[in-house]
Design a protein around this ligand. Structure first.
Ligand SMILES: NC(=O)c1ccc[n+]([C@@H]2O[C@H](COP(=O)([O-])OP(=O)(O)OC[C@H]3O[C@@H](n4cnc5c(N)ncnc54)[C@H](OP(=O)(O)O)[C@@H]3O)[C@@H](O)[C@H]2O)c1
Length: 337
């Protein structure tokens, strides 16, 4: 099938600080006929995620930087619309890392058929995909959550944070979180059953407000933000507490070196464990996660909100919006019906 216009987003230059729309360009090309062994995939949804900001900077990390003048990459779900590969017949729903484009040709490498479930396909970019798996792994495995733990979650209304809050509630924990708006505070309290919420954008004293939200201290901190949040929480941790370091979004757009917390000695005084992790190191446990999370979703014990931008041209705005709190739940771009 010849596709005359395949739109995609290129990175035009490396962002300085908060990314701006001029860092991105909408371009289009055509897609040729398939060869034997290939499939044509039409992307239905693509994901924007905070880690992509790191790949826009030219530095050594756990994953290579994006190239300037090339199409960006990231999670996407799509449908095989033409196939010359028996492993992926026409109509197969697939996930890939070929986001930021409307169509692509694949020889099957890096393409996964989506498991059978009643959940909508875009769930595999959110609650049933990488962010959900991050919440599950970070909380249950890295932070070794136990029933009755007092848990604090930063960026608590986002793709990862909202799932962390709900799993912790399911496991019989006291849960408090921080967010950047009144609407998000209501979402956490009224829809997710979180016990206490701090609006970090409104507070005059972050540590005092987190202390108020966590009157019996913190056993588990699920860290998504870093900076002032980490410093405040370290002082409020209980003895033998655990900190799962998932992300530090407060630092992703920094243009100068970031100061560390002044109170790391709390790790010694309180005998804390603090561990960073990358979800892909735990991917062998993904099938078990999908099974358990699917049951929670079907039983209504976990709900997953999405914030949706429409069309590939909106993808840069959706991405930039992650850093200004435009999303509640998973930020997604809908590419086709
Ligand atoms: N380790 C891993 O394998 C792994 C995997 C996935 C994600 N992560 C990390 O997990 C974190 C959450 O990711 P996500 O996909 O769930 O994103 P997300 O929470 O859905 O979106 C980002 C949210 O962070 C908040 N935020 C943005 N800038 C902030 C700042 N300077 N200070 C405090 N909050 C800020 C915003 O909400 P507010 O309105 O509340 O500010 C925004 O909605 C990120 O740090 C990400 O890098 C790590």
């Amino acid at each position: 099938m010849y596709i005359e216009k395949n739109q995609k987003i290129h990175l035009t230059r490396r962002p300085q600080g908060l990314p701006v729309s001029e860092d991105f360009e909408l371009v289009s090309d055509s897609i040729a006929e398939l060869k034997d062994g290939e499939v044509l995939v039409k992307n239905l949804w693509m994901s924007v995620d905070p880690y992509m900001r790191g790949r826009m900077t030219d530095r050594k990390s756990y994953i290579a930087p994006f190239a300037i003048g090339e199409v960006l990459e990231g999670g996407a779900v799509g449908e095989v619309v033409e196939s010359r590969n028996p492993s992926f017949p026409e109509g197969t729903k697939v996930s890939s890392m070929q986001g930021w484009r409307e169509f692509f040709i694949s020889n099957g490498e890096g393409l996964q058929s989506l498991p059978e479930t009643t959940a909508p396909v875009q769930s595999f970019l959110g609650v049933l995909g990488m962010p959900g798996m991050t919440a599950y792994t970070g909380l249950l495995k890295i932070a070794e959550l136990k029933e009755g733990d007092k848990v604090f979650v930063s960026a608590a209304s986002g793709a990862v944070g909202a799932i962390v809050c709900q799993i912790a509630k399911l496991k019989g924990c006291y849960v408090a979180g921080s967010v950047g708006s009144d609407e998000k505070e209501s979402y956490l309290k009224d829809e997710l059953g979180v016990d206490a919420v701090v609006n970090y954008k409104k507070t005059k004293n972050l540590k005092a407000d987190i202390a108020k939200a966590c009157p019996n201290g913190i056993d588990v901190y699920f860290e998504n933000v870093g900076g002032a949040h980490l410093e405040a929480v370290l002082d409020l941790m209980n003895d033998y507490g655990r900190i799962a370091v998932c992300g530090m979004i407060d630092q992703y757009n920094a243009t100068t070196p970031v100061a560390g917390p002044s109170n790391l000695s709390q790790l010694i005084i309180k005998k804390l464990k603090m561990q960073g992790f990358i979800v892909f190191d735990h991917w062998d446990e993904y099938p078990a996660f999908v099974q358990e999370m699917s049951q929670w979703l079907q039983g209504g014990q976990i709900v997953a909100r999405e914030t949706v931008y429409d069309g590939i041209a909106q993808a840069p705005d959706a991405f930039i919006g992650l850093f200004t709190g435009k999303n509640t739940g998973k930020m997604l771009v809908k590419l086709a019906l």
